[in-house]
Design a protein around this ligand. Structure first.
Ligand code: F6R
Length: 367
């Protein structure tokens, strides 16, 4: 059932070009610049006129939610907040009118997320969901929702479910932006066309980054700690990259917004510290370049994820991973791919139990 792969995690990483495509099937037609999300069709007006979107999730699903926050504000102009389910659940929360709540959960069975969404519902919010497991508790308790349709995920470390969640989030944001008129039609059309290329680009990313990731894995297999830095839409990817490393390799890792480094974590930098920078060509590129210099000048080892052909950072970094070019808003989807693979490779070199990491369960149905 591992389809010839050594671990479910590897199979699930490699499957992503297909699972991402499955997610788009029947929902996105690039030639007609058409996006349809049947599950939330009846709620589109409510979403468009929402005064606030509130996202609730845990773990990797929370990281997908953080990407959604940036997108809903950037493309749709809707104020968006995000909360850990466990925090929302035990706090006095203020739900103002016309708040739409979005719960994100692969399993649909995470105890904290279930209770948090029930609480939001009781307080009068419309509750939407993004789940992978059909008919799961969260899928049933939400007013409406969209399935990721990436198939069963067996590896404890979430990979294809995360990119599936991103796929749905991008389609939601583009659809809302179009309906709301917050995005010019031509720009919308261009983004839909670009988005349609993502499954192919995930495939290219898997192929093109394999060798670099292998070399980096060998270099950092004995590290005791690593830092992942990104900005904007790639800040959640820094968090997710660090989480993947922690959970299956047991190397301590922290994700940070790159500019926060100088507010504390920079004290950790010495010649033993590996720092992974997510540095696509976008509006914060120059800023990231100076963040890289700050690490280099303190002797840190820099691993940089760059846009294909980037020479500037390649010259500064100890290791580079080249990522195919895409519109800057879609870079998170491609950037997470080599970071998943890096964790996998390092875990393999460290002979960890990849599909069943210690102390972890696939779905957290207890508090
Ligand atoms: C990390 C991981 C966990 C889950 C979290 C939420 O790889 O798998 O962090 O993302 O437990 O689970 P779901 O999405 O099922 O609610």
């Amino acid at each position: 059932e591992k389809g010839g792969f050594e671990h479910f995690m590897l199979k699930e990483i490699m499957e992503q070009p297909r699972t991402f495509r499955d997610c788009l099937r029947g929902r996105l037609k690039a030639e007609e610049a058409y996006i349809k999300l049947g599950g939330i069709r009846d709620y589109i007006d409510e979403i468009i006129s929402a005064k606030r979107i509130l996202i609730i999730a845990c773990g990797t699903s929370y990281h997908a939610g953080l990407v959604a926050k940036y997108l809903f504000e950037d493309l749709c102009g809707i104020p968006t907040d995000i909360d850990f389910a466990s925090e929302f659940r035990y706090r006095k929360v203020v739900i103002t009118e016309r708040t739409v709540v979005l719960g994100i959960s692969q399993s649909g069975e995470t105890a904290d997320t279930i209770v948090a969404l029930e609480k939001a519902k009781k307080k009068g919010a419309k509750v939407l969901g993004i789940c992978n497991v059909v008919g799961s508790s969260i899928a049933r308790l939400t007013d409406a929702g969209v399935y990721t349709h990436v198939g069963v995920e067996i590896g404890v470390a979430s990979t294809k479910a995360f990119t599936g969640q991103l796929a749905i989030i991008y389609m939601m944001a583009l659809l809302i932006a179009k309906e709301k008129g917050s995005l010019e039609y031509e720009k919308y059309r261009h983004l839909v066309e670009e988005f349609d290329q993502i499954p192919d680009k995930i495939e290219q990313t898997l192929k093109n980054t394999y060798t670099a990731v292998e070399q980096i894995s060998a270099a950092c297999r004995t590290a005791s700690s690593m830092i992942y830095l990104g900005r904007g839409l790639n800040y959640p990817i820094a968090l997710e990259g660090a989480l993947k490393l922690k959970e299956i390799t047991y190397i301590h890792a922290e994700g940070y917004p790159a500019a926060e480094m100088k507010h504390g974590p920079i004290a950790l930098i010495d010649e033993n510290m590996f720092v992974v920078f997510i540095a696509p060509k976008d509006k914060t590129y120059e800023k990231i370049v100076s963040n890289i210099q700050e690490v280099k000048s303190r002797g840190g080892k820099v691993v940089a994820l760059v846009t294909e052909g980037d020479k500037t950072i390649a010259k500064m970094a100890d290791y580079t991973i080249e990522i195919p070019e895409t519109d800057k808003i879609f870079t998170p989807v491609l950037n997470i791919i080599p970071l998943q693979m890096l964790s996998y490779q390092v875990a393999k070199l460290r002979e960890c139990n990849i599909d069943q990491p210690r102390n972890l369960a696939k779905s957290v149905t207890v508090e």
